[in-house]
Design a protein around this ligand. Structure first.
Ligand SMILES: [Zn+2]
Length: 244
């Protein structure tokens, strides 16, 4: 075991021991942000802390179809998905030419690992297509710190889920959220309407909350800006998480 491996192993043990301590409120700017004592063993934290080569080899090991994308300003390790992940196609809502020309389809490798987890959650719901506004965005490049948000290739804005039978669930139409309520756990509210679409959306978020693959998931319950999409992010340099 290398020195780094050993320290990771020890960090893991420390995290396991701390897992029984209740999470403390965090400074994420929201009462739903928490700072779990065992954050270092969460998937999002580990993905975010990965070195480039480690991330790429893990992505390959998981059989995620991808290619390394050209150097992209603001993105540490740019990749593009080249096929369905666990049967789920990730596609932009309005195609702007071929994917290889569309910069919105670029993800940092750490986000791509979390997308593999997202596909794992979506597959049993019979989702065949996950449509998004964008992963990478140029707006904000140079202003946003590396390793965070869309200019870092660390976030996806998920909009629609299309099932095998053609049924489409959109965040705007089917989420039925209420601003200010929790989405998962003890403080969770309920969808305003009990529909199959609402059940799928809320369930997807809470399954990901349990997997801890993203340290930020913002839904219509969070604010008006997210009334039509879920913002899902793997951010570096934070020890808190906000799933709402
Ligand atoms: Zn976003």
């Amino acid at each position: 075991m290398t020195a780094r491996g050993r320290s990771r192993y020890l960090m893991g043990l420390a995290g396991a021991a701390l897992a029984f301590v209740a999470p403390a409120p965090a400074k994420g700017g929201s009462r739903f942000a928490i700072e779990p004592p065992d954050i270092v063993i969460s998937r999002a934290y580990r993905y975010a802390a990965m070195e480039s080569e480690h991330c790429l080899s893990l992505l390959a090991l998981r059989d995620v179809p991808f290619e390394v994308a050209p150097p992209t300003k603001g993105v540490d390790t740019p990749v593009r998905l080249t096929g369905p992940v666990r049967g789920v196609h990730f596609v932009p809502v309005e195609a702007q030419g071929p994917p290889e020309k569309d910069f919105r389809t670029i993800a940092d490798c750490r986000l791509a690992l979390a997308l593999d987890d997202l596909a794992l959650v979506l597959s049993p719901h019979h989702v065949q297509r996950a449509e998004y506004f964008s992963m990478y965005r140029r707006k904000g490049v140079g202003f946003v710190k590396p390793g965070k948000r869309h200019p870092g290739g660390r976030a996806i804005d998920l909009v629609n889920l299309v099932l095998a039978d053609g049924t489409t669930y959109s965040v705007r139409r089917d989420f039925h959220g209420t601003r200010g309520v929790g989405t998962c756990g003890d403080r969770a509210g309920k969808p305003r309407r009990d529909t199959e679409g609402a059940r799928v959306w809320w369930s997807v978020i809470c399954e990901l909350d349990r997997l801890r693959s993203f340290n930020l998931i913002l839904s219509p319950n969070h604010d008006w800006a997210h009334r039509d999409h879920l913002h899902m992010e793997v951010r570096s340099g934070i020890r808190w998480q906000l799933i709402q």
